[in-house]
Design a protein around this ligand. Structure first.
Ligand SMILES: [Zn+2]
Length: 162
């Protein structure tokens, strides 16, 4: 089980984004309409499905649908490459982010945060990571021993905001 977790991909967390509501700035969710909790069958990537951003605080809600290409549906942009600190569909700023060690620390959602925290707390780390695994996308500054305490402290602070 633990080894499987080692290489869980960032993509597997991407069915739920906690973002800043464009209307009231509180925590809103970006999720797949077919998977509103963003947790079931987390390994399945639903990048070609309709998405919704919804805010429980103010009721803001907006849907986005992928465009039809010849024989499949897809989103035509890749927001992650442009701004990793935003969700991949609406481009709204991630809710779980803060500056730390002169860099920006960010998480897609609570599960992602808990996962990275557990990874950083471990003393033994896998020597090889798959491309696109969470670990390989973790910047060096986050993994460096000298920043570890500060990063974990920041993560703990963000946890309090969930
Ligand atoms: Zn709102």
């Amino acid at each position: 089980m633990e080894e499987e977790l080692e290489n869980l991909m960032l993509l597997s967390f991407s069915d739920l984004f906690l973002v800043q509501c464009p209307k009231c700035k509180n925590c809103a969710s970006v999720f797949t309409l077919e998977n509103p909790l963003g947790v079931d069958e987390s390994i399945v990537v639903r990048g070609n499905k309709s998405k919704r951003v919804a805010c429980k605080s103010c009721g803001f809600s907006k849907d986005m649908h992928p465009r039809k290409r010849s024989n499949h549906y897809e989103y035509e942009f890749n927001l992650f490459e442009q701004n990793p600190e935003a969700d991949w569909y609406f481009g709204l700023p991630l809710y779980l982010q803060m500056s730390c060690c002169g860099q920006q620390l960010w998480f897609l959602n609570e599960r992602h945060l808990i996962y990275v925290e557990a990874y950083l707390q471990k003393t033994v780390r896998p020597s090889e990571t798959y491309y696109m695994s969470v670990e390989s996308r973790l910047p060096k500054w986050m993994k460096s021993a000298k920043n570890r305490t500060e990063v974990l402290k920041a993560i703990n602070k963000l946890k309090g905001e969930i």
